[in-house]
Every structure is written in structure tokens, then in C-alpha cells.
Ligand binder design. Structure first.
Ligand code: PEP
Length: 246
């Protein structure tokens, strides 16, 4: 049984007063939801605050990244001991902004995938193609490469702990959402890979890219779309509530 997930990625947004306001307004929205999971990924400085505010609210607090070391001399980085101390339950790996702005290599992303599993957090593994990659027809090769390099010989956690988020880069923060048909086609492709290559047909696969309260229903009605990873429309509680209660 694939349990849907609605996940908020706040990126480098929402300061302390906004975090407090968000949780006040979001209130008990998730408490009675048994048929879906709510995940919120604040920026590192607000993880502890968010984890405290989320206590007893049936919300998983996620980190937007992790440096794959426990602790030590890694200036500017946040490692495993810190995430555990902060009360994190999930970690996003391979977001397109990490891949493209911070030039994370496939090797580093694989290392992080290993690390997240070793530490027992839920993995939210992002994949997606750029517009030139889609237009060149290499779309499926790119997606295969992202999955194979991360998961081949490197996927052992429980199926519900390894979540994939398909996020076409051209749809992230642009207001251009993939059509339900485009998303459904890719989700079916990813599901086939997860089944045939890794024997994990029940993998939860999220869609991400300009998901809004007015388009989530159409996306969620597609058979292989199990939820959403949301940036812009997750920053305010009123909008995120609508997404969670799609
Ligand atoms: C994201 O950053 O993961 C994302 C999907 O952003 P947005 O919803 O703003 O497109």
C-alpha cells in the first residue's frame, strides 16, 4: 500500500516569525490524517524550531540536504549527528538546485543516498530533466542515469523509506506545471524501473514542479502519482493546508 505524501520544501525561505505563524495557522490539520503523510523541510537554522512545533502534530520534519559525515572538520556543513539532535525524520537528496546550482555530482548524490539509509531517515530522492534534455529526446536516458547511479547496489532500506520525487527542472518555480499526462508518463516509467530493476513496485513517487492548490487534484488523480513535493505554494499555511487536504 503506497501512502501518499505531501511534502513542503521551504528552501531558503521562512524566517523564525514565519515558521511560528505557519505552525500556528496549520495547527492540527495533519493530526487525524491517517491516509497520507505530511512532511515539512525548513532551512537548517529553523529545523529545531520546526521539530518542536511539529511535535504531536503528525508531521515529519525533513532536512533539505545532509553532508555525508557524522561530524568533524567540514566548514559550513551539517552532518548526521546534528540532524539527529534536531529531530529530523527525512532528508531530501538530489534536488535539482543542489545538482545544478551547487554542481553536486552523481557520485556525491549516491554517497548521500547511502548515508541517509545508513542513518535510518526517510529518503526523498529527487530526479528530473532540464528543458534542453527533454527537447533533445534524452529525457528517459537522463532519468535512468540519475536512478541507476544512485540505487544500483545501493538500495536496501524498507520500501516506504525510499521515496522518489520526479521534478522536471523546467517546472520548478516557473509556474509551468507538467501536464498530468506528461507527469503520468514519467511516473509510469519510473515505476517500471523500480519494479523491474529493484523489485520495488510499491515505491512512493511524488511529483514536484509548480504544484498549487488549483492543480493538485488533477495530478493526484493519475495512477502513479503518490503525492507532491512543493516549493512556493508550501510557504504559507493557508496554501499548504489546501494541498494537504487536496
Ligand atoms: C521544489 O523546489 O521542489 C519545487 C517543486 O518548487 P515549486 O513548487 O516552487 O515549483
Amino acid at each position: 500500500m503506497r501512502r501518499p505524501i505531501i511534502a513542503a520544501n521551504w528552501k531558503m525561505n521562512n524566517l523564525s516569525d514565519e515558521v511560528i505563524r505557519f505552525f500556528n495557522e496549520f495547527g492540527d490539520t495533519a493530526i487525524s490524517l491517517k491516509d497520507r503523510e505530511v512532511v515539512i523541510a525548513p532551512a537548517f537554522p529553523y529545523l529545531k524550531m520546526a521539530a518542536d512545533l511539529a511535535k504531536g502534530k503528525n508531521i515529519t520534519v525533513a532536512a533539505q540536504d545532509v553532508y555525508p559525515e557524522m561530524e568533524g572538520a567540514f566548514t559550513g556543513m551539517v552532518g548526521a549527528k546534528m540532524l539527529n539532535d534536531l529531530g529530523v525524520g527525512a532528508v531530501i537528496i538530489g534536488h535539482s538546485e543542489r545538482r545544478h546550482i551547487f554542481k553536486e555530482s552523481l557520485e556525491l548524490i549516491r554517497k548521500k543516498v547511502t548515508f541517509v539509509q545508513n542513518n535510518g531517515w526517510k529518503l526523498i530522492f529527487c530526479i528530473g530533466e532540464t528543458l534542453p534534455e527533454r527537447e533533445s529526446g534524452k529525457l528517459y536516458d537522463i532519468i535512468k542515469e540519475q536512478i541507476y547511479t544512485a540505487f544500483d547496489g545501493n538500495l536496501w532500506c524498507d520500501t516506504e523509506k525510499a521515496v522518489i520525487a520526479y521534478e522536471p527542472v523546467w517546472a520548478i518555480g516557473t509556474g509551468v506545471v507538467a501536464t498530468p499526462e506528461q507527469a503520468a508518463e514519467m511516473h509510469a516509467f519510473v515505476r517500471k524501473i523500480m519494479k523491474e530493476r529493484y523489485n520495488r513496485e510499491e515505491t512512493v513517487i511524488l511529483y514536484g514542479g509548480s504544484v498549487k492548490p488549483d492543480n493538485i487534484k488533477g495530478l493526484m488523480s493519475c495512477a502513479d502519482i503518490d503525492g507532491a513535493l512543493v516549493g512556493g505554494a508550501s510557504l504559507k499555511a493557508c496554501s499548504f493546508k489546501k494541498l494537504v487536504l487536496y
